[in-house]
Design a protein around this ligand. Sequence first.
Ligand SMILES: [Cu+2]
Length: 413
Amino acid sequence: MMTIGSTLLLLPLLTGACAAAISPANGWASKIEVFRNPVYPLDVVDKLEEATMPKIDEWMAKKITAGKNNKCTLETAAVRREWSDMSETMRQEYVAAINCLLKKPPKSDKSRFPGAMSRYEDFVAYHMTHAMQLHDNMHLFGAHKYYVWLFEKALREECGYTGYQPYMNYDRYAQDPGNSPLLNGNASSIGGNGVRDPAYKGVAQPGRTPNIIASGGGGGCVKEGPFSDMVVNLGPTAMATGAKIPKNPRSDGTGANPRCLRRDVNRNAAMGATADRAYRLLTKHNDMDSFYNELLGTPPPKNDPYPWGIHTAGHYIAAVDPGGDAMTSPGDPLFYFHHTSLDRLWWIWQMQDPENRLYSIPFVNMNMTMPMKRAVDPHNVTVDMEWLGPPIKLLETHDQLGGNGGLFCYVYV
Ligand SMILES: [Cu+2]
């Protein structure tokens, strides 16, 4: 782990950035602390992100002048980092904070969610009962931004975590996720693969070629590293993709069903989220609908051995139970890394043209048309997190640098 000074970092940017009225000495790199793990050279998306930073700095300067930044500045912004860019001590601190949430008593309604046994599972309980709201076209980005932010807040305020929610750069791990610093089962990982279960075949992908994300060789209980002792209580639901998972006593999956965390750490999934795919996604689309649809892998890409779309690919990097169940997927801590990565991609896309993109909302999902939502004025839509956090306006969730009355104030590095 090493720290690179701001000047060094700016070198590749100097040619492009000198037109802006920001000199390197007081540009963005002097405002944000950057850590890079030298094992991983910057990929095309990282480079695009760096090249976007001067633009973001200018955008923030404009907002500050107009008095619209809600006290958020790049200097005060929290920094969400890539897992491998964090020190091993910080990674272990993150794991410890999740273990703390797993031990804290729940705040959700006991009669509605007898299976939510911890603060951690309060979040799962919300996701499994609000899946429709969370995943319609309007909400996928914004509501998940708020949801992850509340989770990060709980880690910090209720469990003393001093960092911020990490993301995973899929590309760093795609070739061999099971041996990656994220999932290799070391003390500074989030646990290892599940033991092999021949009954687990993978996740069906109807309409795509190939039409299955074939098993990566796991499928059973995680026996190595952090979360190998985790007890999963909620679920499974009708959306479960695992094999031989004990049934929940309640038909909607909200009852207590204590069992192990099962995983299939899957290269076939991860390869659908490589940097070339993310770069294409970020640079090819000027309008939100086409950006959104490519993220979801609709229409299915042709002549691609991993045609899942980045959203699906990221989810099934650790499929099975509950990671592979669309309703209870936040029950595997990997969920938060994935949705934070999507949040980062969304931000990079927005910031290519903040004037036009910050508040754009997708309306058309080629897989799932939700015509009712098209008639709704997004200005009137609120995101209500109920037992997780107060309701806020949907459009407030769009701006991570000043949204939610300034409570959202973070950048990705
Ligand atoms: Cu979700």
